[in-house]
Design a protein around this ligand. Structure first.
Ligand code: SAM
Length: 270
């Protein structure tokens, strides 16, 4: 939800992502792979390795991960993850918009990704679904923003900001016009049309009074996105941000941001 993908932002959000990940979907992913040894996983847009750290402890001991991202700095962080004895990782610096098929080269048991699908376009998601289905393997996609957000205490301007943010989510993030909040529903429908069974569940970020840094980062990112859209007076956005920051500073603010996790499994392997 922040404008960029700095390692600082990914480090700040990781504990919230980890807590939010849907346990039933995570368990279903582990169950789908229980007969694989080694388990070969490609993590698309891995960032600093959040999915590796969240999923790896739930899988069979022997694992080979390919970590794919176009940012070499984030890949270097991911490669520094302490690993269990039988887990190996390889960094693959690639632009997955241009070179998705290269990223999926070789034998794979699972394609994993997190906090990516809301950034991509419908044609790219169709390309991903087709490539995954051609290999008859599962896809685990966590933490796609779904357009829901809730603020406490309520502010009369929250709804206008959320609408502007959701419109910003649909702008081009490098893959063509992004699916934004519609991404997980679009992807799930696509996989079901390809004969996949899908397990899905919510994975909302929840923040209470003590989560000041995370709340402030999200609020700043949302104000910036709303300004970019130029649909609301900038003074009103600034005033909204000031009111919300006051509530955070006063320990009176809580916030949730809606996400969806899903696991798509080819029906024949269920
Ligand atoms: C929101 S971050 C999520 C990172 C990580 N999966 C996580 O959950 O923390 C989005 C990631 O997508 C990567 N990314 C964006 N566009 C990309 C592209 N065209 N090719 C490869 N990686 C890309 C960014 O570098 C960033 O690591």
């Amino acid at each position: 939800m922040s404008g960029g993908f700095s390692s600082d932002w990914l480090a700040l959000r990781e504990p919230y992502d980890r807590r939010a990940r849907n346990q039933a979907v995570l368990d279903a992913a582990a169950a789908a792979l229980k007969s694989c040894s080694p388990v070969r996983v490609v993590d698309l847009a891995c960032g600093t390795g959040s999915t590796l750290r969240a999923l790896s402890p739930h899988l069979q001991a022997r694992q080979n991960w390919k970590l794919v991202d176009h940012d070499p700095g984030l890949l270097a962080h991911a490669m520094a993850t302490p690993l269990a004895k039988d887990v190996s990782v390889a960094a693959i610096p690639l632009d997955i918009n241009r070179d998705l098929e290269t990223a999926l080269d070789g034998t794979i048991d699972l394609v994993a990704t997190s906090a990516l699908l809301d950034l991509v376009s419908a044609p790219w998601l169709e390309r991903l679904a087709a490539a995954v289905a051609a290999r008859a393997i599962p896809l685990y996609a966590a933490l796609s923003y779904d357009g829901r957000a809730g603020f406490t205490p309520q502010d009369p301007y929250d709804a206008a900001i959320t609408t502007a943010v959701n419109a910003h989510q649909r702008t081009d993030k490098g893959f063509g016009p992004a699916l934004g909040p519609a991404a997980s529903a679009f992807a799930i429908a696509r996989f079901e049309a390809l004969g996949y069974a899908v397990a899905q569940g919510r994975s909302d970020w929840t923040m209470g009074a003590d989560d000041r840094d995370m709340q402030n980062e999200i609020l700043a990112g949302w104000a910036s996105a709303a300004r970019d859209m130029n649909t609301l007076p900038h003074d009103d956005i600034t005033a909204w941000l000031a009111r919300r920051r006051d509530a955070v500073a006063g320990g009176r603010s809580s916030l949730y941001v809606g996400h969806v996790d899903f696991l798509a499994i080819p029906s024949a392997t269920r």
